[in-house]
Design a protein around this ligand. Structure first.
Ligand SMILES: [Zn+2]
Length: 136
């Protein structure tokens, strides 16, 4: 019986990649978890949904439920809770994205005026909004 030598292709190449000279040297390339393509896809999906008829219906229902008024509230001394009086430029905020895409429950959404929506978004995602040119 004739023996074939064990193939060890690729072995030397892999070994060579480990840097012996400087083990603390940062690995080249983008950090793990950074995937600009995925981010782009997610953004595109979001933008498409925001334009959809489905979202329009959900959005209008939420605004009607809120009585066409911003739902932002804040504690106001002894008199209790004060609600924002703004009734125009209303936006619908996603409190959770768990059911994003057409199956949102009424409690997943909050009707907010533009400044209050921005305030809440800044609180929730401070890093997401730091690159904006006209950040408030
Ligand atoms: Zn408001």
């Amino acid at each position: 019986m004739k023996r074939t030598p064990l193939k060890r292709t690729g072995f030397k190449k892999r070994k060579a990649k480990l840097s012996v000279k400087d083990p603390w040297k940062k690995p080249r390339g983008k950090p793990l978890g950074h995937n600009p393509r995925r981010k782009k896809e997610r953004r595109a999906r979001y933008a498409k949904y925001m334009q959809s008829a489905e979202w329009k219906v959900i959005r209008i229902a939420a605004i009607e439920r809120a009585g066409h008024q911003c739902e932002y509230t804040k504690a106001n001394g002894e008199s209790g809770i004060m609600r924002c009086p703004v009734r125009h430029y209303l936006t619908v905020h996603h409190k959770t994205y768990a059911r994003f895409g057409g199956s949102e429950l009424p409690e997943d959404l909050q009707v907010l005026c533009k400044p209050h929506h921005e305030e809440i978004e800044m609180l929730n995602h401070p890093t997401r909004h730091t690159n904006r040119k006209h950040a408030a």
